[in-house]
Design a protein around this ligand. Structure first.
Ligand code: FMN
Length: 333
């Protein structure tokens, strides 16, 4: 078992490199042969799109990548670590990735078979605590791993990391890195990360007090055809003002009332939740082209709308539904 760890941070001993070292130590503890490459200390020039590789699948730029290509062929596990710089991987990491274009050519243009399935781990740290900060970097690394026939088997992403070495103060991060490295190297199952989803807003809420308007983007207007026949609709929206803390909250007192029991967010209608999706059943007063005038929409002005569905009494009401006691106490005020 051969494991290569690639560190893309220009900061030696930084957060992502410390995590990478732990993951490599974990792999070593299971008998793997490990190697660490620090891109900032190597000469890895950017791809010049010279197209030399198009016929041969071989890169002609003479620098340290030439010694890395055969190692990438042999590797069983690839651990790639890069902090987030301006919402994506560092320039060092991106140059390394782009220089693997010749491997993309081998696979997709020259159709050279590569049956070896490798395992992959992406490690990243960022200053921001918003999970979305990793999204672009994940997309880049997923595409890169797929080119090398490396699975996107695991990821270690830690926001709120600014100072060099701060990751060592995190209660579990280094241990998690060690364990995931060990599991990957020993062929054990790891919970594969789910790909992030991209939601496209379809419109926006104009809150006018009692009534609101849902203003859809003009190109979605025809998708409303037929909605006029329904007295009520469900509007799904994105509670865009929710703070990063709100997105990592697991339990709340419903409506912030301390007398109500501390309850898991998924058992409440609290806006605090990992994905701030809101849903309101509203009366449909009028449709004008791409605009719906509604009553009872519990969303602030400017809220992005992500979906609209008709209210179907047969599906959407359940006469025998029961609820915990606190719901009655909440509604009693
Ligand atoms: C040039 C530069 C750009 C950065 N861009 C971002 C960014 O877009 N978002 C973010 O949350 N953190 C950003 N950071 C902060 C780093 O991601 C953060 O400090 C990280 O923990 C550094 O990891 P390292 O110690 O492994 O180098 C940036 C840092 C630098 C130097």
């Amino acid at each position: 078992m051969k494991v290569i760890g690639v560190s893309g941070s220009p900061r030696r001993g930084g957060n992502s490199e410390l995590l990478l070292e732990q993951a490599l130590d974990g792999a070593k503890s299971r008998g793997a042969g490990i190697e660490k490459l620090v891109l900032d200390e190597l000469e890895v020039n950017p791809c010049r799109n010279c197209d030399d590789c198009l016929e041969s699948g071989v890169c002609t730029t003479q620098d340290d990548m030439q010694a890395i290509y055969p190692r990438l062929d042999e590797v069983d596990c690839l651990f790639l670590a890069s902090p987030v710089f301006f919402l994506t991987v560092t320039a060092q990491t991106k140059a390394f990735i782009d220089r693997c274009q010749c491997l993309w050519v081998r696979r997709n243009v020259l159709k050279v078979p590569d049956k070896k399935r490798r395992r992959g781990l992406f490690i990243s740290t960022a200053h921001s605590e918003r999970p979305v900060v990793f999204q672009s970097a994940i997309s880049v690394v997923r595409a890169f791993f797929s080119t090398l026939n490396v699975g996107y088997d695991a990821e270690l992403l830690f926001g709120g990391m600014e100072e060099k070495g701060q990751i060592a103060l995190h209660p579990t991060a280094l241990k998690e890195a060690f364990e995931v490295g060990a599991r990957l190297a020993s062929g054990e199952e790891v919970a594969e990360p789910m790909a992030p989803m991209v939601l496209r807003p379809i419109g926006v809420v104009r809150n006018m007090g009692e009534e609101s308007e849902v203003i859809l983007q003009a190109d979605f207007a025809e998708a409303l055809d037929g909605i006029e026949g329904f007295s009520h609709i469900k509007v799904l929206y994105w509670m865009h003002k929710l703070s990063p803390q709100g997105r990592s909250t697991m339990k709340v007192h419903p409506r912030g009332r301390m007398k109500l029991p501390l309850t898991g967010v998924f058992a409440t209608r609290s806006p605090s939740r990992p994905n701030p999706v809101g849903i309101s059943t509203v009366r449909l007063l009028e449709r004008r082209g791409n605009i719906l005038r509604v009553q009872g929409l519990d969303a602030i002005d400017g809220t992005p709308v992500i979906d609209i569905k008709p209210y179907l009494p047969g599906y959407d009401s359940t006469p025998d539904a029961s609820v915990p006691d606190w719901v009655g106490r909440r509604d009693a005020g």
